[in-house]
Design a protein around this ligand. Structure first.
Ligand code: GLU
Length: 299
């Protein structure tokens, strides 16, 4: 498996995320009022088929998008803000804009890893954009278009811990991750760790800080955000040891969605909106802009 090596400049990220308001402050909405500085042009794509789900959403003028609320840089909503900020909400704004829907007409719904498939299957949301890796197993039950970002699984440990430097040191260690994620499966099945499953990564980070677990594992892009919030206590170690291709989830029965998402992503790669969406969030946290991913063909 080819793994893109993303450089996580975690120390620089601490200052940068604080400046960007992606961390504890999280409510970087003073500049635009819509939950972040990113505001793509709202131009409805004219090519929806009659009766397609995309046309229905465009006609309704509002869209429900599931994102994470506790992952700085990726999807984060502070207690004092109405709207989440992060790379995933920015991608949601790009999709909504192509449906003719401005950011203030998006209904943001918090998703955790374990409810992403049910939320799509029972139409609680129209899209899931929530650090949602594309997998064959998930594609059995939901649609996943993309990828729009590629990262890899890493480890977060206490800053003063020298015993864990990579996944080969995990045997017999208690490692926290999230139920329903690819991360918890990999660490248990491939590296012999004792998994501790929680609903969210922020709960795992609390467990690590109190010493109840030895490490937290998930995608490096997520861990970098937590390390940046508390660099005196936490650090990311080792190289990425999986490939996580973030996709946009949709209901498998919703006609027209995959073609719409792929053409919107292609457009955003070309016109610079994808890059702006990244620079505004993970980029401010010191993570290098990745290569533009190649999209999977629609089924
Ligand atoms: N990207 C992985 C997944 O979709 C881990 C991150 C998450 O749980 O959101 O399972």
């Amino acid at each position: 498996m080819k793994i893109r090596r993303t450089k996580f400049a975690v120390i620089a990220a601490a200052a940068a995320l604080a400046l960007a308001g992606c961390g504890d402050a999280g409510n970087d909405d003073s500049d635009s009022g819509d939950g972040g500085g990113f505001s793509p042009e709202v131009v409805k794509d004219a090519s929806f088929d009659a009766g397609s789900r995309t046309q229905e959403i465009a006609d309704a003028g509002t869209v429900k998008i599931g994102v994470k609320f506790d992952q700085p840089g990726i999807g984060f909503k502070s207690a004092t803000s109405d709207t989440p900020v992060g790379f995933d909400p920015n991608m949601g704004k790009i999709l909504a804009a192509k449906l003719g829907i401005p950011a203030d007409k998006i209904e943001w719904v918090e998703t955790i890893s374990d409810n992403r498939e049910p939320f799509l299957q029972n139409s609680t949301v129209d899209f899931v954009i929530a650090s949602y890796s594309i997998t064959d197993e998930r594609r059995q039950v939901v649609g996943q278009a993309g990828p729009y970002y590629v990262t890899g699984q890493q480890l977060l440990v206490a800053a003063d811990d020298d015993s864990i430097k990579g996944p080969d040191d995990l045997s017999g260690k208690k490692v926290c991750s999230v139920t329903g994620s690819t991360s918890i499966k990999t660490v248990e099945e491939e590296f012999g760790a004792t998994p501790a499953g929680f609903d969210t990564y922020s709960e795992c980070v609390e467990q690590l800080k109190t010493g109840s677990v030895d490490a937290v594992t998930t995608d490096g892009a997520i861990l970098a955000g937590y390390a940046a919030e508390d660099p005196d206590k936490l650090k990311v170690v080792g190289e990425p040891f999986s490939e996580e291709r973030y996709g946009i989830g949709y209901n498998k029965d919703a006609a027209g969605m995959c073609d719409f998402i792929n053409s919107t992503l292609e457009g955003a790669f070309e016109d610079g909106e994808w890059e702006d969406a990244f620079d505004d969030t993970l980029g401010k946290g010191g993570i290098d802009l990745p290569e533009k991913p190649t999209l999977d063909p629609c089924p």
